[in-house]
Structures are given as structure tokens and as C-alpha cells.
Design a protein around this ligand. Sequence first.
Ligand SMILES: Nc1nc2c([nH]c(=O)n2[C@H]2C[C@H](O)[C@@H](COP(=O)(O)OP(=O)(O)OP(=O)(O)O)O2)c(=O)[nH]1
Length: 147
Amino acid sequence: MSEQQTTPERLVVAAAIVDDLVRPARLLAARRSEPPELAGGWEFPGGKVEPGERPLAALHRELREELGIAVEVGPEVPGPYDGRWALGAGLSMRLWLAVVKEGVPAPLEDHDELRWLGPGEWAGVPWLPADVAVVEALLERCPSARA
Ligand SMILES: Nc1nc2c([nH]c(=O)n2[C@H]2C[C@H](O)[C@@H](COP(=O)(O)OP(=O)(O)OP(=O)(O)O)O2)c(=O)[nH]1
């Protein structure tokens, strides 16, 4: 009998917004304001892909709606499940590095605070449980983010 890991069905797309795609030192974290069970947890801005929507189109839409910004999307940060990060509750996430191209990030929707985390600070906020491993993987690939 083989053990198979299946990909959860609903896709969330999100961005690790950094100051520089090559040598990232600062990372933008967003604190959720809803729903109540997630409020206060920090996450990567993004959201669910709508039926028929392409993942990167969804990412640009979510960042425009949530933060009022346009971004340049960089490399994907693949997770261990078919390139995705498991979030639980039938959700999985794809994550890309990105830099702000237009606008200044503001917590317009779903968040009540944004924070640029500097070197040595990336793991220093209470991330949503599923994001802890993602932040560790980011730190692995971004030596410039370590103190
Ligand atoms: N955007 C985002 N969501 C995350 C992260 N980590 C994590 O567990 N999640 C979970 C929280 C939510 O249950 C789900 C994302 O849903 P969402 O509420 O942001 O999606 P959405 O903006 O499209 O909102 P809705 O249509 O469901 O109202 O994924 C993360 O880093 N970023």
C-alpha cells in the first residue's frame, strides 16, 4: 500500500513582498483583522483564486484590492506539496517573491496593520501557523534577511 499526499483543492496565492528580488532584506507582513479565528495572525498578502482565474492574475487582483499596490512578481517559492504550501482546511498556497512597483502598501482590506520586517526580524511576528514553515524556507534562501 502506498501513502499518497493529495493536493488540497482550493488554491490561495500570496506574495512575499520584499525590498529587492536579488538580495531581500525587508519583508512585508500583514496582520489579519478577520475572520475572528485568524485575527491577529500575520500572513503574506494574497487570497483565494476565483474559479476560472489564472493564479498570477488572482495575485495581482488581491494585492490591488488588499494593499492598493501593483507589483513585479519574481521567482516562486515552491512548497513541498506539488509546489504548494499546505494551509489546512482544504486550502493550499502558492507563493512568489514580489517587489512594489506602484503605490504604497496600505491595509485597505482584511488587515489592520502592515509591517516591514528587517534583517533578523522576519520570524519575529506571530505568523499564522501554516506560515511558520514558509518563513523558515524564505530565510533559508535569503541570507541577506538574517541578522
Ligand atoms: N492570504 C493568505 N492566506 C493565508 C496565509 N496563510 C494561511 O494560512 N492563509 C489562509 C487564511 C485563509 O483561511 C485563507 C486565505 O483566504 P482569504 O480570506 O485571504 O481569501 P480571500 O481574500 O479570497 O477572501 P474570501 O474570498 O474567502 O472572503 O488562507 C497567507 O500567508 N496568506
